[in-house]
Design a protein around this ligand. Sequence first.
Ligand code: FAD
Ligand code: DLZ
Ligand code: SF4
Length: 505
Amino acid sequence: MDLILILGDQLSPGMSSLAGRSPQSAEVLMAEVQAEAHYVPHHRKKIAFTFAAMRQFAQELRDAGWTLTYKAYDAATPCPSLAEAVAQCLEDGRYDRLIVTEPGEWRLRTEMESWSDRFDLPVMLVEDTRFLASHADFEHWAEGRKQLRMEYFYREMRKRTGLLMDGDKPEGGKWNYDAENRKPAEASLLMPKRAGFEPDRITAEVLDLVDRAFPDATGTLRPFTLAVTREDAETARDHFIAQALPLFGDYQDAMLTGEAFLWHSLLSTYLNAGLLDPMDLCRRAEAEYRAGRAPLNAVEGYIRQIIGWREYVRGIYWREGPDYVRRNALGATRALPEFYWTGLTDMRCMREAIGQTLEHGYAHHIHRLMVTGTFALLAGVDPFELHEWYLAVYTDAYEWVEAPNVIGMSQFADGGLLGSKPYAASGAYIDRMSDYCGECRYNVKDKTDANSCPFNSLYWDFLDRNQDKLRGNPRLGPVYRNWDRMSEEKQNAYRSRAADVLAML
Ligand code: FAD
Ligand code: DLZ
Ligand code: SF4
């Protein structure tokens, strides 16, 4: 008899560990364990989502005839780890083999590679087939290339999937319509309504458990309106496609006070846990374009995020190896400011981005990249500490997707593998894309005085501090020429204001 271990982000009936096996020849183990709940200080909503969705999936498997051992979290004596859960299950000697779909983090993968010796039984670690590009596909694409740019990977994926193709040409004549996707939003716009789900009995029990067993966890637990079943996740999907997809492109980069979601899909949590299928989502989005219900800039932009960015960052994560999360090309060592955990700061953009993160376990891409990410980059925060923060606070966070976005895209800590230049920006970017600055205690137009926007002085101080590593970057040439043209007095004023800002942290 085989034992199939299913992890908390492997909640798809088509998992490769289940494929080709039957309830006659295999049984399933799922376990809520201390190590997974605690390896970073997870958001309460992330723990609750994971446990509730696991319990629902366990029921789905039972209904399909599987025999299942389910270890629910015992607040007094929780099962310590997945390895311990497996060990307990193997005790009676009924199983001849353990089968697991590869996990989404090196941390667990490396551990599982030693399980065969540890348990003295064959362990099959099978590839996760929920992704469109296999490890071999990505290696094949990457081999021999000097630079691994997402745009070229994405074009290959478009050709391979046939999504938005017109014969062998891209639909509409261009591969990428991003230039049309940078509109700021206004409060007068009618926002799409979001689908929310009342907790059922199973979820309500999990919420009580999280209250009792995780008193020190991060963020707010209630109201809890996430989907935890496949059916509800599909309702959320249909809701996004009908209500928000048509304007997804236009306002993809916009930020607006009190509006955490705008026209974003809010589906990453369900995709990453296995409640939704990426290719199905893309086909549905394409169908909206073909039916004339959503414009090309929106649908192309959406599909690019999924078959482009999502697949590409995963490829990078596995290709670069377990030490990727420890890279620190700019040698940044500052401790993560405490306000990342509380949202208590006078910087309105940071308060908004962190506040909604703590409330929802969600922030959209530009908040993650250009607000919390850019601030940490400019302030020289240790990328590993920041990585642990992102991994903890978002309900969609697993290392395979979080680490390349944080270490690579946002912090340039991999030295430019993912991006050709750091996402450094002054307050002007946030002012252009949001309505935050008008009400901020700091003045975005002021550069160096005591009320000046901290992003402004930190921006130049960052470039100054990192000259030896960044001056040679061709994309930063014009920026350094501007710095060089400044008087020494002005440069010193920037340095001095930046020192004051950093001292306040
Ligand atoms: P939408 O804006 O609706 O985008 C559509 C989908 O595209 C998303 O659901 C997601 O599946 C995919 N996607 C978009 N951008 C990316 C990207 N850069 N990388 C991978 N997939 C992408 N995404 C995660 O899923 N988990 C993370 O832990 C995570 N951490 C991030 C950390 C930083 C610093 C940055 C800059 C980005 C991070 N992202 C992460 C990517 C992106 O911000 C989220 O996928 C997105 O905000 C999720 O919200 P949504 O579903 O509303 O996305
Ligand atoms: C995120 C998470 C949490 C909070 N708890 C569990 C758990 O108790 N049991 C489990 O199997 N998985 C959990 N997960 C998801 C895992 O951390 C995830 O499978 C790994 O990080 C690999 O991606
Ligand atoms: Fe953020 Fe600066 Fe604007 Fe304040 S002024 S909201 S700190 S960008």
